[in-house]
Write a protein that binds this ligand. Sequence first.
Ligand SMILES: Cc1cc2nc3c(=O)[nH]c(=O)nc-3n(C[C@H](O)[C@H](O)[C@H](O)COP(=O)(O)OP(=O)(O)OC[C@H]3O[C@@H](n4cnc5c(N)ncnc54)[C@H](O)[C@@H]3O)c2cc1C
Length: 382
Amino acid sequence: MASHPLFTEDHEELRRSIRGFVEKELAPHAEEWEAAGDFPDWVFTRMGELGFLGLHFDPADSGQGGDYLTMLVLSEEMARSGSGGVSMAVSVQCEYVTPPIAKFGTEAQKERWLRPAVRGERIGALGITEPDAGSDVAGITTRAIRDGDEYVVNGRKTYITNGVRADFLLLVAKTDPTQRHTGISLFLVDTDTPGFHVEKRLAKVGMHSSDTAELRFEDMRVPAGNLLGEEGKGFHHIMWELQGERLSAAAGACAGAQLCIDKTIEYVRERRAFGQRVVDFQAVRHHLAHAQMMVDAARALTYETAWKVHLGEYPVREITEAKLLATRTHFEVADMCLQLHGGLGYMMEHWVQRAWRDSRLARIGAGADEVMLDYIAKGMGL
Ligand SMILES: Cc1cc2nc3c(=O)[nH]c(=O)nc-3n(C[C@H](O)[C@H](O)[C@H](O)COP(=O)(O)OP(=O)(O)OC[C@H]3O[C@@H](n4cnc5c(N)ncnc54)[C@H](O)[C@@H]3O)c2cc1C
């Protein structure tokens, strides 16, 4: 039976297959990969073999030909990996980096970057954020200056997921510094290009198994054929891509929050204090009831918005609301679940502290809460 009317039996079969893979091949390694600060590249190749990195891409592009909702199923099931870092790295590959190549890429670009990435043979990263420009994407200063058949790139990027291990970077750079949004273009850059430097691997509060890099480009020569989409349209292209990614982040956040609630219920049913089970305190039941209500509300908004996207609409305001509500809810639920575990929840050996640390990021990444509220206000005509 389908888990929700949004999903068909095909989606549910896909869900079972991803869940089997995640529980058998990823979750058992969560602790080890978190401690190592990395996970092995075979995760990409294995997921590529299974078709999970190209669920909604055309079979001609090594994809599975599924609909948009298959991405939601993937995001929800990846939450079971027990490691936000692995989920994030995979979503960068199949939701941040590859969709713009599928939509705006030439045949040659698809052959060189999209298809190998969908097969898990090449790992991608997305370079938007800079030390002096994050939320204000139009304020980036990395320059790409045309010189004959090439662009010469100079600048820096930071907080780049997969940035240490990536084989290629989807680079967002300024081709016209006199303009803000209309001066931005996208480039596909192999990371072995002379002038590409991984400056630093950054240490983080959470998402430990995902690598995060600071990058520097020094007189890096990029062939003009590596320009993705139209020159000067990069901002528009990347904002289009961020919408799909934000909605699947919302679905993943709801699934992660639900797992926290379910596992915490198991704990408070066993744990005893003051001669009774912790779950028997009304205050504890209220915490859990409130958490469930918030997750149900966030999931309902996410699914309704996903349905609109599935029908071909582009509901920016609702996508933004879903991302904001779901990711805030995830963090608040993880915080409450940590609380209900008492001192045990504060121990590094326990899963709940990781859920708490990992869930904090989504309130900053892919659009900080305040920026999301600005989008919603704009959508309200304010
Ligand atoms: C672990 C991690 C992984 C990441 N991965 C990537 C990646 O793969 N690729 C990539 O390009 N980027 C990545 N990022 C960067 C991320 O997208 C940015 O951190 C985010 O967009 C915020 O930009 P910033 O950090 O420069 O914050 P700033 O833009 O400096 O903002 C700081 C704070 O100011 C407030 N603020 C900003 N604008 C407004 C506003 N309009 N109204 C009110 N308040 C505002 C918010 O509270 C915000 O958090 C990653 C970040 C992290 C931490």
